[in-house]
Design a protein around this ligand. Structure first.
Ligand SMILES: NC(=O)c1ccc[n+]([C@@H]2O[C@H](COP(=O)([O-])OP(=O)(O)OC[C@H]3O[C@@H](n4cnc5c(N)ncnc54)[C@H](OP(=O)(O)O)[C@@H]3O)[C@@H](O)[C@H]2O)c1
Length: 291
């Protein structure tokens, strides 16, 4: 019989991609694809979902990801970013459920010196409310022996940097590209495939803990965007390369680059390098731009 996976945050970028990727091998349960069906901050519906679905694994992608919004709406964002997971573990204990759990986290707690990549045991920084909430939910997960994946990804959907730069070129918007922020994202499609690969081990073994997942090498946000622009042969010049300080409302780290060795070793997966990853994603999604 197929194992049951409940994906929370299934109307978001990652959740939606995971539903698509996992539905062949698993019985996938979710909370709506086009629009969320249920407000997960309420205990009763959560209780009902667990009772009806009895999942073997929950992947929690539900979150409020807008840093500026979290900063001014601390209570509301905490209800989603922290309390949903807390309630799930409360219900697990109370009802003796047996599910495994993957919490999707972020790279926002890393601020490596120079261009160094941070590993999971580096002391976290929390410059903003979003990061504080992500660190709080990680603690709950670790207490409950769950798997936490710290990551950053790019996608052609919503406000993601990849989509933003392509849209801006299409609309001939003047854009500022940050030269001082470094990261190592992976494409949402590779990410979904990799999560599919690690699920059997998570279901079988007790391997709770924090894992960084991204490309092996890092890049500045400006070089990431310029690489995408060049790959699409856009000959687009309506951008300025700037330092981020003047342009961001909510304080955030400058070097979120993650060391991904622990993940590669644990799951025996060779993670990609960024330029190949961007090339593949462009090919796969067939993104084209008409000027
Ligand atoms: N995007 C990135 O590059 C990035 C980087 C680092 C980490 N992450 C982490 O990756 C995960 C997925 O991110 P994403 O970009 O896919 O997020 P997203 O597109 O903003 O999706 C968030 C999901 O959470 C759901 N949600 C929010 N409040 C809810 C509530 N009260 N009840 C039920 N569902 C609720 C949303 O539903 P609605 O659509 O109905 O609002 C949506 O399905 C998050 O944990 C995020 O912190 C993302």
């Amino acid at each position: 019989m197929k194992k049951k996976i409940l994906i929370l945050g299934s109307s978001g970028i990652l959740g939606k991609n995971l539903v698509k990727q996992l539905k062949v091998k698993y019985k996938v349960l979710h909370n709506g694809i086009k629009k969320r069906k249920i407000d997960l901050t309420r205990l009763m519906p959560l209780k009902q979902i667990l009772k009806n679905s009895k999942p073997d694994l929950i992947i929690n992608c539900a979150a409020i990801t807008n840093l500026d919004f979290c900063e001014v709406n601390k209570v509301q964002s905490k209800r989603v970013n922290v309390d949903i997971t807390n309630k799930l573990f409360f219900l697990k204990k109370k009802n003796n459920y047996n599910f495994k759990f993957i919490q999707i986290s972020t790279d926002q707690m890393y601020n490596g010196k120079k261009k160094l990549k941070s590993s999971e045991n580096c002391k976290p920084v929390s410059f903003n409310e979003y990061t504080k909430q992500k660190l709080a939910v990680e603690k709950i997960c670790i207490r409950n022996k769950a798997v936490v994946i710290r990551l950053n990804f790019f996608s052609k959907e919503k406000k993601n940097i990849f989509n933003w730069v392509i849209k801006s070129c299409k609309l001939n918007h003047r854009i500022n590209l940050f030269k001082d922020i470094h990261f190592n994202p992976i494409s949402v499609s590779s990410l979904s495939k990799i999560i599919e690969k690690i699920i059997p081990k998570i279901l079988k073994d007790d391997i709770g803990g924090i894992y960084n997942l991204g490309c092996k090498d890092n890049i500045s946000k400006s070089n990431f965007c310029i690489y995408v622009i060049n790959k699409l042969n856009l000959n687009y010049k309506n951008y300025k390369i700037v330092s981020s300080n003047k342009f961001i409302k909510t304080r955030r780290p400058k070097n979120m680059s993650m060391n991904v060795s622990k993940f590669q070793k644990k799951f025996k997966i060779n993670l990609p390098i960024l330029k190949n990853e961007i090339n593949n994603y462009l090919k796969e999604t067939n993104v084209k731009i008409q000027n």
